[in-house]
Design a protein around this ligand. Sequence first.
Ligand code: MN
Length: 242
Amino acid sequence: MAQPLIGITSFADRARQPAPYISLKESYVRAIEAVGGVPVILPVADIVQARAIIPRLDGILFSGGGDIAPWYFGQEPLPGLGGYDTHRDEWEIELCNAAWDARLPMLGICRGCQLMNVARGGTLIQDIERAKPGALQHNPAVPHDELCHEIVIERESALAKLFGAERLRVNSFHHQAVERPAEDFAVTARSSDGIVEAMEAEDGRFAVALQFHPEGLFMRYPAFLAPFEALTRAARARLSSL
Ligand code: MN
């Protein structure tokens, strides 16, 4: 049986010397490989290419990265906003909407979770510490395989089935978060301070958005391969039904 092609978004590292590079944390690629998918790294490109790429993929993974420029979700920049790249924002919003229209299985991680929300019409908290006094630490200075806060997962959600648990301790490397979820998504996990830590599609398709980083954890905690396994399974099912 043909193996499913899983597109993974990347970013342009324009400050890289002696020349700009296309950049992606290797663990995303290794996670998809580990579950039998074929990783295909997608560079930031002209948005007209998005609709050409999507029909050639069987699934897509929106990777982590910097902030999203706030005017894409109807806000002005606030103190605490970090670095953004509007080339990447516009590209990924187009890619996400094209993927949505094609019912392509999708997984979003960290920025990817926020990107899926913005593309579908939701809003973000620009900086948790300033917007939510009393919130937990969501961005400790530790390696990506260190756990941080707990999340509580909605019973009956795809996420609860993925992990076989309703409480899970996860890592956390973000200062932004979903504020108002897009109508297409249901919130399926929160930390104890109410921050959105996961969402999934309301209509039953495979579209899962995670605020934590399973790609940073799966080498140490194999249970965190589950989201990649589920994405690849959905991509394989779609491929064999075409
Ligand atoms: Mn967090």
